[in-house]
Design a protein around this ligand. Structure first.
Ligand SMILES: [Zn+2]
Length: 346
């Protein structure tokens, strides 16, 4: 008989205080829209609410340069454009520090045993943020900051960061480009913003095959996403055997998102989540943290979050066997196979 799965949930109202502008797609309403889902989940048995805190300068500087962290912090109380798409309002720096802080609390929670897994609903997103500059609505790369925190605090060696957002996580790729112990896997629409994420980008000299990109043309849906994650990505994760899986859970790969052209439904999101949760159960003692990145359709944000949370609650009943290999269902992901096979058994 398996232990009861306990899920930690992060929602910090400080993240509502980032206001990039009335017409900006990355608006506070995104979190307001999914707040009822979070509150409903917190009313369930077996969920715990994460404490709130801001990531410290030292924690952020494990990924970002001190000069850049100072630059963001100096925006406090002002409105200033840091990048064509990334506008700081008076409380944006604080919101960004609190968004990263929720991920750090989630890492603590899955390592100290208060919960088995976690979902954090935060903004601004982080995966486009580079070590030296803001980019694409993102200030601090919370998922990368969380990975380095886990390494520093819990002596974790092997980590996997999986990015399901419709946009390539260029900042996360940069953060771990030369890291032989952190696996970064991304599915993303291509060609599309930010233009990075080619199959041939495999990591630095000593980390070849630890960056794995899966560029997809528009229109990929549940069938392809589920096959990609349950067969292809799951097999690589099994071989890497991470002690922690972090998921950049952008929900803009869902059907109808205004900033993406994929066709994943809430059911597909749930199946992708279950594939990753099963991988965590096989290799990481079940330790997996989902963090919201993009996602700009409010209904999708609600339904996608609900699907992830339900997958996390029911992690004890997820199918732990690897899905059969079905190359015909991979869509454009079949193109990665010849390259990936230079490093991984597929
Ligand atoms: Zn995105």
């Amino acid at each position: 008989m398996k232990d009861i799965i306990r899920t930690a949930i992060g929602f910090d109202s400080a993240c509502l205080e980032h206001h990039p502008g009335d017409d900006h797609p990355e608006r506070p309403m995104r979190l307001e829209a999914l707040r009822p889902v979070i509150e409903g989940a917190l009313a369930e048995a077996h969920t715990v609410s994460l404490p709130k805190r801001a990531a410290s300068v030292d924690e952020l500087c494990r990924v970002h340069t001190p000069m850049y962290v100072d630059r963001v912090r100096a925006t406090a109380g002002t409105t200033i454009r840091l990048d064509p798409d990334t506008i700081a309002s008076p409380f944006s720096a604080a919101a960004a520090c609190h968004a990263s802080g929720q991920l750090l609390e989630a890492v603590d929670t899955v390592f100290d045993g208060r919960a088995n897994n976690a979902f954090v609903a935060v903004r601004p997103p982080g995966h486009h943020a580079e070590p030296t500059h803001a980019m694409g609505f993102c200030f601090f790369n919370s998922i990368a900051v969380a990975a380095e925190y886990a390494r520093a605090r819990y002596d974790v060696r092997r980590i996997a960061v999986v990015d399901i957002d419709v946009h390539h996580g260029n900042g996360t790729q940069s953060a771990f480009w030369d890291d032989p112990h952190t696996l970064f896997i991304s599915t993303h629409q291509a060609p599309h913003y930010p233009g990075t994420g080619a199959i041939s980008d495999l990591g630095g000299k000593d980390a070849q095959g630890m960056t794995l990109n899966i560029p997809l043309t528009s229109g990929h849906g549940d069938r392809e996403y589920v096959a990609i994650y349950s067969a292809l990505v799951a097999r690589v994760l099994e071989q890497h055997a991470p002690e922690l899986i972090l998921v950049s859970a952008g929900l803009d790969m869902m059907d109808g998102d205004p900033l993406g052209s994929m066709a994943v439904t809430p059911s597909g999101v749930g199946q992708v989540a279950r594939a990753l949760i099963a991988a965590a159960a096989r290799t990481a003692g079940g330790r997996i943290v989902f963090a919201l990145e993009g996602g700009y359709d409010l209904t999708n944000l609600r339904n996608g979050t609900q699907a992830c949370l339900e997958a996390l609650y029911t992690a004890d009943v997820c199918n732990l066997t690897l899905s059969p290999w079905k190359e015909s269902e991979l869509g454009d992901a079949r193109h990665v196979l010849p390259v990936w096979r230079t490093r991984w058994r597929l």
